[in-house]
Design a protein around this ligand. Structure first.
Ligand code: 5AD
Ligand code: FES
Length: 352
């Protein structure tokens, strides 16, 4: 057996590799034998743990104000071309209500780092969702906050928190972010979230400017150590009002290969087939499911705000309403041989 396939078999057996092992696999992502072996194993694991179930999460993009200035992101503070909006607590509740009727049992509140939504305001919103929908999971994606803030939101009823690490290489992280943001603080946040007891989601962009296979290998080692419950990955897509406007987008194929590797590494992980994947390739989300993903995150945000929550160009579903997205996704999911389920879809890891 070749060193490449030996490394693949070792990974499948041990569910872990060192950085050079991952780099070897990543540098041969186009090898047909490697690709089919990794994909077959990833799908088998997903089916063993989750069957053909695909979980839906209702995404509510409730503010596009952001105090940060990440170089890649369309809602960065310095983008003056953008119309900024905030949903009221009532509007957020009404998105949840609409979602609940459609069968959603997880709400993901995502926003820029908007100081308006301080702890008191967020606690009020989270407690109200918790009271109104005791059977639902509440996921927050609000960026970096203090440990005390994360704790208070958890106590108010939040269950899960998404905070992508973006890249596990400190130097690469710094090249994508302004000086005031630090890799150490990002790591501190992820550690705190885990310690508090959240189900935690990390993840990275694939093909962000300056990224090499060594960086991605570092990301895999990082995920292997952090053992998050969820991993959100999607291709980088340039946004016309950022300094990366002229950069090439990340690769769909690399993203799919990484989804399979992550499924093998963390068999019970909740792994979304992301909107960015669906933006770069019309069949991207189906392909994501067929590579080992098991979560889809349709948008529940009000139609009039969706066009303003654009982190990258050509984002899909901007003109649709939630019921349309759901119908569309049902078809896509069944084309991938799966079906949508409407329970909370909690983490089933640790079983293997
Ligand atoms: N392309 C792809 N993904 C992006 N994100 C932000 N900007 C872009 C972009 N230009 C991702 C980041 C962030 C998540 C909410 O969206 O990974 O964590
Ligand atoms: Fe940081 Fe948008 S400015 S993710």
């Amino acid at each position: 057996m070749s060193l490449l396939m030996e490394t693949a078999e070792k990974f499948i057996r041990d569910r872990k590799l060192d950085r050079s092992g991952y780099q070897l696999l990543l540098d041969h992502e186009q090898d047909p034998q490697l690709l089919s072996r990794i994909r077959e194993e990833a799908v088998a694991l997903r089916e063993k743990i989750y069957g053909h179930d695909v979980y839906i999460r209702g995404l509510i993009e409730f503010t596009n104000y952001c105090k940060n200035n990440c170089f890649y992101c369309g809602i960065r503070r310095d983008n003056r071309q953008l119309h900024r909006y905030r949903l009221t607590g009532e509007e957020i509740l009404s998105c949840c209500g609409q979602g609940y009727e459609l069968g959603f049992r997880t709400f993901v509140l995502q926003g820029g780092e908007d100081p308006y939504f301080d702890d008191d305001r967020m606690i009020q919103i989270v407690s109200e969702i918790r009271r109104s929908y005791p059977d639902c999971a509440i996921t927050l994606s609000l960026g970096e906050r203090t440990k005390e803030s994360y704790q208070r939101l958890f106590d108010a009823g939040a269950d899960r928190y998404l905070l992508r690490h973006e890249t596990a290489d400190a130097g690469h992280y710094q090249s994508l972010h302004p000086q005031v943001m630090s890799f150490e603080n990002r790591m501190r946040c992820l550690r705190d979230l885990k310690a508090i007891g959240y189900q935690v989601g990390a993840g990275m962009m694939v093909g962000s400017p300056g990224q090499t296979s060594l960086h991605l290998a570092e990301d895999l080692v990082f995920l292997q150590e952090l053992r998050p419950h969820m991993v959100g990955i999607g291709p980088f897509i340039p946004h016309h009002d950022t300094m990366y406007a002229g950069e090439p987008a990340g690769s769909v194929e690399t993203t799919l290969f990484l989804l399979s590797l992550i499924r093998i590494m963390l068999p019970g992980v909740l792994l979304p087939a992301t909107t960015a994947l669906g933006t770069l390739d019309p069949q991207g989300r189906e392909k994501g499911l067929m590579a080992g993903a098991n979560v889809i995150m349709p948008n529940l945000s009000p139609a009039e705000n969706r066009k303003d929550y654009v982190l990258y160009d050509n984002k899909i579903c901007i003109g649709e309403d939630p019921a349309c997205c759901l119908g569309c996704l049902e078809k896509r999911v069944s084309r991938a041989g799966c079906h949508l389920v409407t329970d909370r879809g909690d983490y089933k890891g640790g079983g293997l």
